[in-house]
Design a protein around this ligand. Structure first.
Ligand code: ADP
Ligand code: GN1
Ligand code: MG
Length: 361
Protein backbone atom coordinates (compact mmCIF):
# COMPACT_ATOMS: atom_id res chain seq x y z
CA UNK A 1 0.00 0.00 0.00
CA UNK A 2 2.74 2.47 0.97
CA UNK A 3 4.88 1.98 -2.09
CA UNK A 4 7.65 4.42 -2.98
CA UNK A 5 5.33 6.59 -5.08
CA UNK A 6 2.80 6.78 -2.24
CA UNK A 7 5.40 7.91 0.27
CA UNK A 8 6.80 10.44 -2.23
CA UNK A 9 3.32 11.95 -2.63
CA UNK A 10 2.90 12.11 1.15
CA UNK A 11 6.33 13.75 1.56
CA UNK A 12 5.27 16.58 -0.74
CA UNK A 13 2.35 17.36 1.57
CA UNK A 14 4.72 18.56 4.31
CA UNK A 15 6.63 21.85 4.55
CA UNK A 16 9.98 20.33 3.66
CA UNK A 17 12.31 22.32 1.44
CA UNK A 18 14.13 20.67 -1.45
CA UNK A 19 13.11 17.97 -3.87
CA UNK A 20 12.18 14.48 -2.74
CA UNK A 21 14.84 11.84 -3.55
CA UNK A 22 13.62 8.65 -1.85
CA UNK A 23 12.17 7.13 1.33
CA UNK A 24 13.02 3.77 2.88
CA UNK A 25 11.39 1.90 5.76
CA UNK A 26 13.31 2.74 8.92
CA UNK A 27 13.65 1.35 12.44
CA UNK A 28 12.21 -1.81 13.97
CA UNK A 29 8.90 -0.72 15.50
CA UNK A 30 6.00 -3.18 15.63
CA UNK A 31 3.10 -0.77 15.07
CA UNK A 32 3.56 2.30 12.86
CA UNK A 33 5.24 2.52 9.45
CA UNK A 34 8.33 4.68 9.72
CA UNK A 35 10.34 6.00 6.74
CA UNK A 36 13.54 7.98 6.47
CA UNK A 37 12.97 10.39 3.60
CA UNK A 38 15.85 12.00 1.69
CA UNK A 39 15.58 15.42 0.02
CA UNK A 40 17.96 17.37 -2.20
CA UNK A 41 17.96 20.97 -1.05
CA UNK A 42 20.09 22.85 -3.58
CA UNK A 43 22.72 20.11 -3.61
CA UNK A 44 22.60 19.53 0.16
CA UNK A 45 21.16 16.19 1.33
CA UNK A 46 18.44 16.62 3.98
CA UNK A 47 16.48 13.98 5.91
CA UNK A 48 13.08 13.74 7.55
CA UNK A 49 11.14 11.05 9.37
CA UNK A 50 7.72 10.23 7.89
CA UNK A 51 5.34 8.06 9.85
CA UNK A 52 2.02 6.50 9.01
CA UNK A 53 0.08 6.13 12.27
CA UNK A 54 -1.46 2.69 12.69
CA UNK A 55 -5.11 3.59 13.17
CA UNK A 56 -6.14 0.02 13.97
CA UNK A 57 -4.09 0.41 17.13
CA UNK A 58 -4.53 4.16 17.68
CA UNK A 59 -8.25 4.56 17.08
CA UNK A 60 -8.19 8.34 17.21
CA UNK A 61 -5.09 9.78 15.51
CA UNK A 62 -6.28 13.37 16.00
CA UNK A 63 -6.29 13.21 19.80
CA UNK A 64 -2.98 11.35 19.62
CA UNK A 65 -1.51 14.24 17.61
CA UNK A 66 -2.93 16.75 20.08
CA UNK A 67 -0.97 14.97 22.82
CA UNK A 68 2.18 14.96 20.70
CA UNK A 69 1.80 18.67 19.92
CA UNK A 70 1.41 19.60 23.58
CA UNK A 71 4.19 17.33 24.79
CA UNK A 72 6.75 18.40 22.17
CA UNK A 73 5.93 22.09 22.70
CA UNK A 74 6.38 21.74 26.46
CA UNK A 75 9.63 19.81 26.11
CA UNK A 76 10.94 22.44 23.68
CA UNK A 77 10.47 25.10 26.37
CA UNK A 78 12.28 22.93 28.91
CA UNK A 79 15.38 22.32 26.76
CA UNK A 80 15.63 25.87 25.40
CA UNK A 81 18.63 26.73 27.59
CA UNK A 82 20.57 23.52 26.92
CA UNK A 83 23.26 23.10 24.26
CA UNK A 84 21.96 21.98 20.86
CA UNK A 85 18.27 22.21 21.89
CA UNK A 86 16.92 21.22 18.45
CA UNK A 87 18.32 17.71 18.86
CA UNK A 88 16.85 17.26 22.36
CA UNK A 89 13.19 17.10 21.46
CA UNK A 90 11.17 15.77 18.54
CA UNK A 91 10.04 18.62 16.28
CA UNK A 92 6.98 18.18 14.10
CA UNK A 93 7.11 19.45 10.53
CA UNK A 94 3.73 20.99 9.61
CA UNK A 95 1.76 19.89 6.59
CA UNK A 96 1.11 22.43 3.84
CA UNK A 97 -2.40 23.05 5.15
CA UNK A 98 -0.97 24.17 8.51
CA UNK A 99 -1.95 21.12 10.53
CA UNK A 100 0.68 18.83 12.05
CA UNK A 101 -0.53 15.79 10.12
CA UNK A 102 -1.75 14.81 6.68
CA UNK A 103 -4.58 12.45 5.78
CA UNK A 104 -4.04 10.60 2.51
CA UNK A 105 -6.69 9.35 0.06
CA UNK A 106 -6.97 6.06 1.95
CA UNK A 107 -7.63 7.85 5.23
CA UNK A 108 -4.17 7.08 6.59
CA UNK A 109 -2.79 9.67 9.02
CA UNK A 110 0.81 10.77 8.45
CA UNK A 111 3.18 13.03 10.36
CA UNK A 112 6.71 14.25 9.76
CA UNK A 113 9.57 15.02 12.15
CA UNK A 114 12.82 16.87 11.68
CA UNK A 115 15.57 14.27 11.50
CA UNK A 116 17.94 14.14 14.46
CA UNK A 117 21.39 13.68 12.92
CA UNK A 118 24.47 12.14 14.54
CA UNK A 119 22.50 10.04 17.01
CA UNK A 120 20.94 6.58 16.81
CA UNK A 121 18.83 3.95 18.51
CA UNK A 122 19.88 0.39 19.40
CA UNK A 123 17.66 -2.69 19.66
CA UNK A 124 19.72 -4.03 22.57
CA UNK A 125 21.96 -2.19 25.03
CA UNK A 126 25.67 -2.74 24.47
CA UNK A 127 26.96 -1.61 27.87
CA UNK A 128 25.88 -0.44 31.33
CA UNK A 129 26.85 3.08 30.25
CA UNK A 130 24.20 2.95 27.49
CA UNK A 131 21.64 1.66 29.98
CA UNK A 132 22.55 4.49 32.36
CA UNK A 133 22.13 7.07 29.59
CA UNK A 134 18.76 5.70 28.52
CA UNK A 135 17.40 5.64 32.07
CA UNK A 136 18.69 9.14 32.71
CA UNK A 137 16.93 10.39 29.58
CA UNK A 138 13.59 8.71 30.37
CA UNK A 139 13.74 9.97 33.97
CA UNK A 140 14.45 13.48 32.71
CA UNK A 141 11.54 13.15 30.29
CA UNK A 142 9.16 12.36 33.18
CA UNK A 143 10.62 15.17 35.25
CA UNK A 144 10.19 17.69 32.40
CA UNK A 145 6.58 16.63 31.84
CA UNK A 146 5.68 16.88 35.53
CA UNK A 147 5.04 20.57 34.85
CA UNK A 148 2.84 20.04 31.78
CA UNK A 149 -0.08 22.45 32.21
CA UNK A 150 -3.66 21.07 32.43
CA UNK A 151 -5.77 19.58 30.95
CA UNK A 152 -4.92 15.92 31.47
CA UNK A 153 -3.50 14.28 28.31
CA UNK A 154 -5.79 12.03 26.29
CA UNK A 155 -5.57 8.28 26.86
CA UNK A 156 -4.47 7.28 23.35
CA UNK A 157 -4.98 3.60 24.26
CA UNK A 158 -7.20 3.17 27.32
CA UNK A 159 -5.95 0.64 29.90
CA UNK A 160 -2.68 0.31 28.03
CA UNK A 161 -0.78 -0.95 31.09
CA UNK A 162 -3.71 -2.50 32.90
CA UNK A 163 -2.10 -5.90 33.45
CA UNK A 164 -5.22 -7.60 34.86
CA UNK A 165 -7.12 -6.61 31.69
CA UNK A 166 -4.24 -7.90 29.57
CA UNK A 167 -4.51 -11.14 31.51
CA UNK A 168 -8.24 -11.39 30.84
CA UNK A 169 -7.58 -10.79 27.14
CA UNK A 170 -5.19 -13.74 27.19
CA UNK A 171 -7.76 -15.97 28.89
CA UNK A 172 -10.26 -15.08 26.16
CA UNK A 173 -7.71 -15.82 23.44
CA UNK A 174 -6.92 -19.22 24.98
CA UNK A 175 -10.62 -20.01 25.14
CA UNK A 176 -11.31 -18.91 21.54
CA UNK A 177 -8.07 -20.35 20.11
CA UNK A 178 -9.03 -18.89 16.73
CA UNK A 179 -5.75 -19.82 15.05
CA UNK A 180 -5.62 -23.34 16.54
CA UNK A 181 -2.27 -22.54 18.15
CA UNK A 182 -2.97 -23.10 21.85
CA UNK A 183 -1.56 -26.63 21.60
CA UNK A 184 1.73 -25.14 20.40
CA UNK A 185 2.00 -22.81 23.37
CA UNK A 186 1.06 -25.00 26.33
CA UNK A 187 4.19 -24.25 28.34
CA UNK A 188 3.77 -20.50 27.87
CA UNK A 189 0.06 -20.64 28.73
CA UNK A 190 0.89 -22.57 31.91
CA UNK A 191 3.55 -20.03 32.82
CA UNK A 192 1.12 -17.16 32.36
CA UNK A 193 -1.63 -18.80 34.41
CA UNK A 194 0.77 -19.65 37.22
CA UNK A 195 1.81 -15.99 37.50
CA UNK A 196 -1.63 -14.39 37.53
CA UNK A 197 -1.30 -13.18 41.11
CA UNK A 198 1.25 -10.52 40.25
CA UNK A 199 -0.96 -8.84 37.63
CA UNK A 200 -2.82 -6.42 39.93
CA UNK A 201 0.00 -5.47 42.29
CA UNK A 202 0.93 -2.05 40.88
CA UNK A 203 -2.67 -0.99 40.28
CA UNK A 204 -3.50 -1.91 43.87
CA UNK A 205 -0.49 -0.08 45.29
CA UNK A 206 -2.14 3.38 45.11
CA UNK A 207 0.79 5.05 43.37
CA UNK A 208 0.57 8.62 42.00
CA UNK A 209 -0.57 9.22 38.44
CA UNK A 210 2.05 11.06 36.37
CA UNK A 211 2.67 11.92 32.73
CA UNK A 212 4.58 8.92 31.46
CA UNK A 213 5.94 7.63 28.15
CA UNK A 214 4.57 4.09 28.44
CA UNK A 215 6.78 2.59 25.70
CA UNK A 216 10.30 3.11 27.05
CA UNK A 217 11.90 0.42 24.94
CA UNK A 218 15.62 0.92 24.74
CA UNK A 219 15.21 1.71 21.03
CA UNK A 220 12.93 4.63 21.84
CA UNK A 221 15.76 6.84 23.04
CA UNK A 222 18.38 8.27 20.69
CA UNK A 223 21.97 8.16 21.93
CA UNK A 224 24.34 10.84 20.69
CA UNK A 225 27.05 9.35 18.44
CA UNK A 226 29.83 11.52 19.87
CA UNK A 227 29.05 11.69 23.59
CA UNK A 228 26.80 8.64 24.08
CA UNK A 229 24.30 10.85 25.92
CA UNK A 230 20.62 9.87 25.77
CA UNK A 231 19.82 12.99 23.83
CA UNK A 232 16.23 12.57 22.72
CA UNK A 233 13.27 10.45 23.78
CA UNK A 234 11.19 9.46 20.75
CA UNK A 235 8.04 7.48 19.85
CA UNK A 236 5.56 9.65 21.74
CA UNK A 237 2.28 7.98 20.70
CA UNK A 238 1.63 6.49 24.11
CA UNK A 239 2.64 9.48 26.24
CA UNK A 240 -0.35 9.80 28.55
CA UNK A 241 -1.25 9.56 32.23
CA UNK A 242 0.37 6.52 33.83
CA UNK A 243 2.64 5.25 36.58
CA UNK A 244 6.33 6.15 36.64
CA UNK A 245 7.01 2.46 37.18
CA UNK A 246 5.54 1.48 33.81
CA UNK A 247 8.44 3.35 32.27
CA UNK A 248 11.10 2.00 34.59
CA UNK A 249 9.72 -1.51 34.15
CA UNK A 250 9.93 -1.35 30.37
CA UNK A 251 13.53 -0.15 30.61
CA UNK A 252 14.36 -3.24 32.68
CA UNK A 253 12.55 -5.40 30.12
CA UNK A 254 14.40 -4.06 27.11
CA UNK A 255 17.82 -3.19 28.50
CA UNK A 256 18.94 -5.78 31.02
CA UNK A 257 18.94 -8.83 28.74
CA UNK A 258 21.75 -8.94 26.17
CA UNK A 259 19.69 -9.95 23.15
CA UNK A 260 16.95 -8.56 20.98
CA UNK A 261 13.35 -9.18 21.99
CA UNK A 262 12.86 -12.01 19.48
CA UNK A 263 16.00 -14.05 20.26
CA UNK A 264 15.36 -17.75 19.66
CA UNK A 265 18.24 -19.07 21.76
CA UNK A 266 16.70 -18.77 25.21
CA UNK A 267 19.95 -19.71 26.92
CA UNK A 268 21.11 -16.18 26.13
CA UNK A 269 18.25 -14.49 27.99
CA UNK A 270 19.10 -13.28 31.49
CA UNK A 271 18.76 -10.23 33.66
CA UNK A 272 22.28 -8.86 33.90
CA UNK A 273 22.80 -7.24 37.26
CA UNK A 274 25.25 -4.51 36.14
CA UNK A 275 22.66 -3.35 33.60
CA UNK A 276 19.99 -3.11 36.29
CA UNK A 277 22.37 -1.24 38.54
CA UNK A 278 23.10 1.25 35.74
CA UNK A 279 19.37 1.72 35.10
CA UNK A 280 18.69 2.46 38.76
CA UNK A 281 21.55 4.94 38.94
CA UNK A 282 20.53 6.67 35.71
CA UNK A 283 16.86 6.85 36.56
CA UNK A 284 17.42 8.11 40.13
CA UNK A 285 19.82 10.77 38.81
CA UNK A 286 16.94 12.53 37.06
CA UNK A 287 13.73 11.15 38.60
CA UNK A 288 15.02 10.80 42.17
CA UNK A 289 13.71 14.20 43.25
CA UNK A 290 10.06 13.48 42.53
CA UNK A 291 9.79 9.71 43.09
CA UNK A 292 8.12 8.73 46.34
CA UNK A 293 9.61 6.12 48.67
CA UNK A 294 6.76 3.82 47.79
CA UNK A 295 7.45 4.09 44.05
CA UNK A 296 11.12 3.29 44.70
CA UNK A 297 10.13 0.14 46.59
CA UNK A 298 8.57 -1.26 43.43
CA UNK A 299 11.39 -0.52 40.98
CA UNK A 300 12.63 -4.12 40.70
CA UNK A 301 9.10 -5.52 40.76
CA UNK A 302 8.05 -3.20 37.93
CA UNK A 303 10.68 -4.80 35.68
CA UNK A 304 9.20 -8.21 36.35
CA UNK A 305 5.62 -7.04 35.93
CA UNK A 306 6.05 -5.12 32.67
CA UNK A 307 8.10 -7.97 31.19
CA UNK A 308 5.30 -10.35 32.17
CA UNK A 309 2.66 -8.00 30.75
CA UNK A 310 4.33 -7.65 27.35
CA UNK A 311 4.83 -11.43 27.33
CA UNK A 312 1.07 -11.82 27.89
CA UNK A 313 0.42 -9.47 24.98
CA UNK A 314 2.75 -11.35 22.61
CA UNK A 315 1.15 -14.65 23.61
CA UNK A 316 -2.36 -13.24 23.17
CA UNK A 317 -1.46 -11.99 19.71
CA UNK A 318 0.11 -15.33 18.77
CA UNK A 319 -3.07 -17.15 19.78
CA UNK A 320 -5.21 -14.58 17.97
CA UNK A 321 -3.40 -15.07 14.65
CA UNK A 322 -0.95 -12.12 14.78
CA UNK A 323 -3.35 -9.25 14.34
CA UNK A 324 -1.61 -6.59 16.46
CA UNK A 325 2.20 -6.72 16.40
CA UNK A 326 3.96 -6.78 13.03
CA UNK A 327 5.55 -10.23 12.50
CA UNK A 328 8.32 -11.26 10.13
CA UNK A 329 8.32 -15.04 10.52
CA UNK A 330 6.22 -18.02 11.59
CA UNK A 331 5.89 -18.14 15.37
CA UNK A 332 7.45 -14.68 15.78
CA UNK A 333 5.08 -13.59 18.56
CA UNK A 334 5.60 -16.90 20.36
CA UNK A 335 9.37 -16.38 20.20
CA UNK A 336 8.90 -12.90 21.63
CA UNK A 337 6.69 -14.26 24.41
CA UNK A 338 9.30 -16.87 25.30
CA UNK A 339 12.06 -14.30 25.75
CA UNK A 340 9.79 -12.27 28.03
CA UNK A 341 8.85 -15.19 30.24
CA UNK A 342 12.47 -16.36 30.44
CA UNK A 343 13.43 -12.88 31.56
CA UNK A 344 10.65 -12.88 34.18
CA UNK A 345 12.15 -16.07 35.60
CA UNK A 346 15.61 -14.56 35.63
CA UNK A 347 14.30 -11.48 37.48
CA UNK A 348 12.49 -13.72 39.98
CA UNK A 349 15.78 -15.45 40.76
CA UNK A 350 17.55 -12.13 41.39
CA UNK A 351 14.74 -10.04 42.80
CA UNK A 352 15.96 -9.97 46.40
CA UNK A 353 19.37 -8.76 45.37
CA UNK A 354 17.77 -6.20 43.04
CA UNK A 355 15.63 -4.91 45.91
CA UNK A 356 18.66 -4.62 48.17
CA UNK A 357 20.40 -2.54 45.54
CA UNK A 358 17.40 -0.22 45.23
CA UNK A 359 17.25 0.22 49.01
CA UNK A 360 20.83 1.38 49.09
CA UNK A 361 20.51 3.68 46.04
P1 ADP B 1 8.13 3.02 15.68
O1 ADP B 1 6.73 3.24 16.19
O2 ADP B 1 8.17 2.46 14.32
O3 ADP B 1 8.98 2.32 16.70
P2 ADP B 1 9.79 5.37 16.16
O4 ADP B 1 9.21 6.72 16.34
O5 ADP B 1 10.39 4.70 17.34
O6 ADP B 1 8.66 4.48 15.47
O7 ADP B 1 10.85 5.47 15.00
C1 ADP B 1 11.51 4.34 14.45
C2 ADP B 1 13.00 4.60 14.36
O8 ADP B 1 13.23 5.75 13.55
C3 ADP B 1 13.63 4.92 15.71
O9 ADP B 1 14.05 3.78 16.37
C4 ADP B 1 14.76 5.84 15.33
O10 ADP B 1 15.93 5.09 15.02
C5 ADP B 1 14.28 6.54 14.08
N1 ADP B 1 13.78 7.89 14.35
C6 ADP B 1 12.54 8.23 14.81
N2 ADP B 1 12.41 9.56 14.90
C7 ADP B 1 13.58 10.09 14.49
C8 ADP B 1 14.07 11.43 14.32
N3 ADP B 1 13.32 12.50 14.58
N4 ADP B 1 15.33 11.59 13.84
C9 ADP B 1 16.10 10.52 13.54
N5 ADP B 1 15.70 9.25 13.66
C10 ADP B 1 14.45 9.02 14.14
C1 GN1 C 1 5.13 -1.88 20.53
O1 GN1 C 1 5.65 0.58 18.54
P1 GN1 C 1 6.73 -0.11 19.30
O2 GN1 C 1 7.39 -1.19 18.54
O3 GN1 C 1 7.67 0.90 19.93
C2 GN1 C 1 4.00 -1.65 21.53
C3 GN1 C 1 4.57 -1.62 22.95
C4 GN1 C 1 5.29 -2.91 23.24
C5 GN1 C 1 6.36 -3.13 22.19
C6 GN1 C 1 7.03 -4.47 22.36
C7 GN1 C 1 1.41 0.97 20.84
O4 GN1 C 1 6.02 -0.78 20.60
O5 GN1 C 1 3.53 -1.46 23.89
O6 GN1 C 1 5.89 -2.88 24.51
O7 GN1 C 1 5.80 -3.08 20.85
N1 GN1 C 1 3.33 -0.40 21.23
C8 GN1 C 1 1.98 -0.34 21.19
O8 GN1 C 1 8.20 -4.48 21.65
O9 GN1 C 1 1.27 -1.30 21.44
MG1 MG D 1 9.93 2.95 18.41
Amino acid sequence: MNDGAGVAAVAREFEISGSFVDAKPYGSGHINDTYRAVFDDGGVEKHAILQRINHNVFKNPVILMENVERVTAHLALQVAGEPDPCRRVLRLIPARDGRNWHVDAEQNYWRAYHFIEDARTYDAALSPEQAYQAARAFGKFQQQLASLPAPRLHDTIPDFHNTPKRFTALERAIEADVAGRAKLAMAEIDFALAHQSMAGVLLDAKLPERVTHNDTKFNNVMLDDASGEGICVIDLDTVMPGLALYDFGDMVRTTTSPTKEDEQDLSKIAMQFPMFEALVRGYISTAGDFLTGREKQFLAFSGKLITFEIGLRFLTDYLSGDTYFRVHREGHNLDRCRTQFKLVQSIEQQEEKMNRLVESA
